[in-house]
Ligand binder design. Structure first.
Ligand SMILES: [Zn+2]
Length: 252
């Protein structure tokens, strides 16, 4: 015969086992819920990708092609972020909040000050490209000095971020025939300039246009007014019915 104490202990054990089962069931449901959310996010992200209908011209006669915008009727626009002088965590958060990936044309003189900042952007889907070592006015330099500015910056970017840049942007928009040849010799696939830029919280259009158009490449900078600039870009993009896409998905 068992005493009352035995039954009481048995009931306690059963209660504890029951509690543990319920707790682990709840935990599994939470896990399943967050996996479901992640899947939904991925599906939404996949939905926003538009199939490219453009092919980058090849390097010809040792010169990279110059790209100002992408000739397409598809509702796409491309954000490029230059230099890297100002860096704040809020910039990363804002890009993420708007689901925007950008091409980052960096100079080693700024990128080396805070590689962790740019690494986080890369983890979120942005891609590192080349903007010369020292933000050089390329057209004023000899062929050899241009090649040093471009090739050495690519090496620095590759060392810091594990990615070999394939696109060059000339600082100040200053380039000549030597730039296109030097870029090709450094493994660049294109010289990418721009067709609209964001400055002081508003968009400056080229060719007297008043709005963004399909295929536009937009220039923005890592500046103190980054959040205002990004808001202007997002608003203009929505008003024009365009979706930001990654330049590399269309060019490379
Ligand atoms: Zn620049």
């Amino acid at each position: 015969m068992h005493g009352l104490g035995f039954y009481q202990r048995t009931i306690n054990v059963l209660l504890v086992v029951g509690f543990l089962l319920l707790a682990s069931f709840g935990y599994l449901r939470l896990q399943a819920g967050s996996t479901g959310m992640m899947l939904r996010e991925q599906i939404v992200a996949a939905d926003t990708r538009i199939i490219p209908d453009y092919e980058l011209p090849p390097v010809q006669d040792g010169r990279v092609p110059v790209i100002l915008r992408i000739p397409t009727a598809k509702p796409v626009v491309f954000l490029t972020l230059d230099d890297g002088m100002t860096r704040r965590p809020e910039m990363i958060a804002e890009l993420r909040r708007h689901h925007i990936k950008a091409s980052l044309f960096l100079n080693d003189i700024y990128a080396r000050e805070d590689p962790a900042f740019f690494r986080t952007l890369v983890r979120n889907g942005s891609v590192i490209e080349n903007h010369t070592l020292s933000h050089a006015d390329l057209a004023s330099l000899s062929y050899e000095d241009q090649a040093t500015e471009i090739c050495n910056n690519s090496t620095k970017m590759n060392t810091a971020f594990g990615h070999q840049p394939r696109l060059l942007r000339a600082p100040y928009g200053s380039y000549n025939d030597d730039t296109r040849r030097a870029a090709a010799s450094c493994g660049m696939r294109a010289l990418v300039q721009w067709h609209a830029k964001v400055n002081g919280g508003s968009i400056q259009y080229q060719d007297g246009k008043g709005k963004l158009e399909a295929g536009d490449i937009v220039l923005m900078h890592f500046r103190p007014e980054f959040e205002d600039d990004l808001r202007a870009f997002v608003t203009a993009t929505r008003e024009a019915g365009l979706k930001p896409q990654l330049l590399e998905d269309w060019l490379l």
